[in-house]
Structure formats: C-alpha cells, structure tokens
Design a protein around this ligand. Sequence first.
Ligand SMILES: [Cu+2]
Length: 464
Amino acid sequence: MNRRHFFNGAALTAVAAASVSRVAMAALPEPVIMNHADTAPPLTPQTGRPYNPVVTLNGWTLPWRMNNGVKEFHLVAEPVVREMAPGFKAHMWGYNGQSPGPTIEVVEGDRVRVFVTNKLPEHTSIHWHGQRLPSGMDGVSGLNQPAIPVGKTFVYEFVARRPGTFMYHPHADEMTQMAMGMMGFWVTHPKGKHPLIDEVDRDFVFLLNAYDIDPGTMTPKIMTMTDFNLWSWNSRIFPGIDTLNVRLGDKVRIRIGNLTMTNHPIHLHGHEFKVTGSDGGPWPMAARAPEVTTDVAVGQMRQIDFLADEEGDWAFHCHKSHHTMNAMGHAIPTTIGVDHRGLVKKLQKVMPDYMMMGERGMADMGEMEMQIPENTAPMMTGTGPYGGVEMGGMFSILKVRKNQKPGDYKDPGWYKQPAGTQAYEWTGALPDPARMKASSTAMPATAGPGTEVQIRKPMGTMAH
Ligand SMILES: [Cu+2]
C-alpha cells in the first residue's frame, strides 16, 4: 500500500472514531510531508496573530489551517529515512517524513488542535512537554488516554496557555520510540510585548538527540542505555548540521531541548549569552547571568539570547569532546607515545588491512583513508578553509557577517580573517627553555623521597 492509500484508509477510520471534538470530525487537514533534511526558511504566519517565526536547524515548521478560529495541525507518526550527514542515512521513526518531526509554532492564547495519525508498526501517543493543558490531553498512554492503535488517528486539543519553548515526544514505548528518533520542537510565541521575552532578529531551535548505529548498518540499537555513538542535533551530525548564519548586530536566540540520556554543556565561542528561559518559561532578570557554556540536562530545555557583535566564524558545540565525534570503535587502548615503528609492516604480512591508530594522538584519523563499511559516518570530519576541523557530532558554526541581509539565512561561506588578525607561525629563533633546577634553593622540592609515581596504563580505554 502506498502512503496516500494507507493514509486515506487511516483517516476514514479516524473520522469515524473521533470523539474529542465535533468540529474535528468535519475533516482532517492534509498532512504535509517533508522529503529532505535541509533547513527550511522561517514560515511567516499567513493566518492568526503575527509573530517572528523560528528557524529549525535542518528542519521545518509544520503549516496549519485555521478552522473556525482553531489552528489545526496534522502529525503523521511513521518510519522515515533520515539523512544524518551527506552520504549517511538511518532508518528511524519520526513524523511527516523526517526525524525530528516538524516544529509547531503557535501564539499564546491560540486554541490548537493536533491530529495524530499512527502509521508505525506499534501503538504510540504524544506528550506535549511543558504545556499547561487538561490532564486528558497530556499524552501519557495508559494514564491519560489509551495508546493510539496502529492505523488510527487521535485528536489533541488545548489552548497554548503560556508562551515559551517546548517539545513533543511519544509517551508510549518511550524507550524504543525516542531511541528511533520520535520527537519535535514546539514554540509558543507571546501574543504581544512581554516583559521577560525580548524581540530578536533570529531565533533558532533544535533538539539534542543521540543514536547507536553500528558502522555499516542503518537502524539505531534501541537497547543502548548510555553508550551512544552518534551525538546529533535534530538527528544530524557535523558536518551535516547547517550553520547558524546571522547579521552583525543581530539579537539572536537559540532554543535547545535535550532528549538524550546524558547532559550536554553547550558552548558558544566569541560571545557571551544569557539563559533567558526554559521549558518552565521566561526566567526572571535576577536569574540571568553572562555565560559562554550552559549545561542542558536530560529532559531540559534552555533558551539563550545574545548580541552577535563579533564578526567571524564561531564554533558552537557540546563541550563533551566525545560528543563532537562520530561513530567509532572505542574499546581500544590509548597508544599515544607507543613507538610502533617497524611493527605495522610485520603485522600487515598476516593482516593486510591492519592499520595502527593514534600513535601521535587521534588527529591522523581525520584524514586517514581507511576502508569503512558503506553508509558509515566518518569519525571526525568536516573541512574548513584551513584544513580539517576534526569535529563531528554536536558541532556547528555561528557565522556573523556584516553583509548578511536581514532575513537572509544563506550560508555566507568562510570568514576571511582581516590582515593581522589571525594566529600565525613564528619563524624566528627559538630560545632554549630555561629549565628549573630541582636542587635550586629558589623552589622547594615538591616530592619527597619515595613519592615518585610512574603512571603506565597499557590497556586504558576511551570512555564516554
Ligand atoms: Cu554532549
């Protein structure tokens, strides 16, 4: 059965079964399906109260229709193929063709009706994380509602009571369904000027998510508890994550939600920001302090605001260094400092594919042309104007440009460093280092007899 036939069948059953609202029984809005992972331009509202729309990194906002003053959306839960990076695709579950699902944008006070059609092979539900709503609309299967059976459509309806940064995800077989990529962003814009919500020029949103996909395979391992090998933003990994392109002097907001199994200290270069809100709502002024890193714990959302007043290309990433790398085997010893000279050739006589890794650090891996299985994310990749960036996973770039036009989100290319403003090589003579003498009376000895320690860790493994 193709998608359209299946959907028509599902929709008909749903109309017959819908009992939440009489208006909902009229008809369902045609579901909008996205077939690529590009960042869509902001969706300017054509109906309802005006607002400044957000930009979803490598995602999009779901169009709605107005039905007697109610904003109607249609989400279709279904298996999808998500391109996590160019040349690397994964079999996931998501909504409307992608993982994550589309962002839903509404305005404070809007009455919202969301039709959810289940095209998964098992039941599902949607929880509207952070929202004030009737208990029966909260989406916890078994507790608030029966799960949505395969092939059926349920209707959720509530008023978006408070403005802020929210997300949605299943609350039925959650472990499987979130490990497979089911989640989406929700923004409720304030209905007018709000004392704690500044107007901004650019407003970016994304979810932190993680997958465990063995090299050469396409489906996430759902039993993985903490040892994921792909750390992603909106189910994309660097260099597959689009850059955040802004105009010099823009007020910028970035909203982040964490649906992984660990915390992520998100770090911005070149600027200070303030955390101005969370899924709990806008933060009081007294709670806001300048930061360059903010930790986003599991199940939390953070909204950061800053003035983009430094031109350039600025890294923006999770500060856990293993989260800025892609799939790798990590049960291997650290071999930095081990001299392998002559060893590789001998080993290659018995194992022709043998390669030695990490003798001088792991930077070599970025450029090593190692044979990897098809459909595998390279471990560290991404090339900048000056060579390998040696980053993967949760990494992107804030690009601040004088000439970026208002409303233009196109990638302006690499920043050209003005003459005299870039780190450069010292080509003069290097003086001999002045060595501290252990017997010098100027410095007391720090180690007494018998305290010398030799650290040797031949089988040390790299741990997350
Ligand atoms: Cu992280």
